[in-house]
Write a protein that binds this ligand. Structure first.
Ligand code: UD1
Length: 372
């Protein structure tokens, strides 16, 4: 589908909340470079707060195709995306498909793309390639490793991804360092988020409250694990207000396990839109999270972060940034003492601890890599 002037057709895939802030700057950079973009939304996330609000907040052009797969078991969700994506790919035969991140939609579309490559000639680029938690129990780890294996071009967000790909025998000439596209979005939207001052609107004092997010299956799908996390947050809430933006999965599980009373010391909100969340995190003393993206966003903002995970696929946020892992296995005391250490570290300001390539120009470098 290449046009004669060197412009290409690039199909961008997005399915779940953490994908949207990654494709937003790439869509814009591709437009600026004169390429044709086609956006496929798989529908893995579908609530307004989990999906449509990001399109509004980030000025993403509406999807050209919505596959509408919704929630299901991993196998069913992955299979539905594959079934629905195949005819779209066969119809359009773009020069490139770009899949971001590590959600089920990422792997499903990567598999379809590689299986049809002989027929379509379409090449596959993985945006945010090379991250590894080395924990094969995590669905995202399976998705990342396999998406990388299927890809013709691996766009890495930080240099620590390179040895991971070397170990898996991936040829260096398929790998391009582009930096972190999520931080392009963050830097672009920060002035708007600051103007919003959501913390102030909620009656919180700038630099003197905690923001929490919790949704990882290992933390919320087991009653003991969820209780531990909520008791740890409760201990912090005895010192400082804790705002938790509750993921639908976590809300459902807290009810199902009879743990809803442990949410009472916390200020519970629905999932927040992108600008709202950025506004709140930017003003926080400390963030406590099990999200991958939030570890990166806090590092870019210079806000201390406590991560409730056994390991992180984003070690650069610990070695260079503002992140620290709570001791594993998690305990309420361990969560609290890591929070206390993070408080002592203090806020350092935007960019003070940003790794190489987290500079707002990663999407431009991604487009250059695709054009080469
Ligand atoms: C997915 C990603 C995870 C990412 C997270 C961000 C995978 C394997 N996991 O996990 O990496 O960090 O998104 O949110 O792809 N639900 C709603 N509304 C929605 C979406 C989901 O209510 O718009 C509820 C449903 O009950 C659903 C549950 O959340 O069953 C889980 O959704 P799912 O997409 O399966 O996984 P996430 O936990 O969101």
């Amino acid at each position: 589908m290449s046009q004669q002037n060197g412009s290409k057709t690039i199909m961008l895939v997005a399915g779940a909340r953490p994908n949207f802030m990654k494709i937003a700057p790439v869509q814009k950079a591709l437009d600026r470079a004169g390429h044709r973009t086609v956006l496929v939304h798989t529908g893995q996330h579908y609530d307004d707060k989990m999906s449509a609000s990001f399109f509004r907040d980030l000025d993403i052009k509406p999807p050209d195709h919505n596959l509408g797969v919704g929630s299901a078991t991993h196998a069913v969700q992955t299979a539905r995306v594959m079934e629905a994506f195949e005819p779209v790919l066969l119809d359009l035969r773009p020069d490139w498909v770009m899949v971001p991140g590590d959600v089920n939609s990422t792997l499903a579309c990567a598999l379809v793309c590689v299986k049809l490559k002989e027929k379509t000639g379409t090449r596959l680029a993985h945006l945010e390639a090379g991250l590894r938690s080395n924990d094969w129990r995590m669905p995202e780890e399976v998705n990342r490793v396999l998406a990388d294996r299927c890809s013709d071009l691996l766009l890495i967000p930080s240099w620590d991804a390179l040895p991971n790909l070397d170990r898996e025998g991936i040829a260096r000439d398929k790998v391009a360092f582009v930096g972190n596209v999520m931080i392009d979005t963050l830097l672009d939207r920060l002035p708007t988020a600051r103007a919003l001052n959501l913390g102030g609107q909620m009656g919180l004092t700038h630099g003197d409250y905690v923001v929490a997010t919790l949704h990882r299956p290992s933390n919320v799908d087991d009653p003991t694990a969820l209780e531990t996390c909520l008791r740890g947050l409760g201990a912090i809430a005895a010192k400082r207000p804790v705002v938790i933006a509750l993921h639908p999965r976590t809300a459902k599980q807290a009810q199902a396990f009879g743990l809803a009373d442990l949410l009472e010391p916390l200020r519970v909100t629905e999932p927040l839109g992108y600008i709202e969340m950025l506004s709140l995190v930017d003003g926080a003393a400390v963030v406590v999270t099990d999200s991958g993206g939030v570890q990166e966003e806090t590092t870019a903002l210079g806000v201390p972060c406590v991560t409730l995970r056994e390991q992180t696929e984003r070690p650069v946020t610990v070695t260079e940034g503002t992140n620290r892992l709570a001791p594993w296995p998690l305990t309420p005391d361990g969560i609290y003492s890591t929070y206390a250490a993070a408080t002592a570290q203090g806020r350092v300001g935007v960019g003070a601890k940003s790794p190489d390539g987290w500079d707002g120009r990663a999407a431009e470098r991604a487009v250059e890599a695709l054009s080469r």
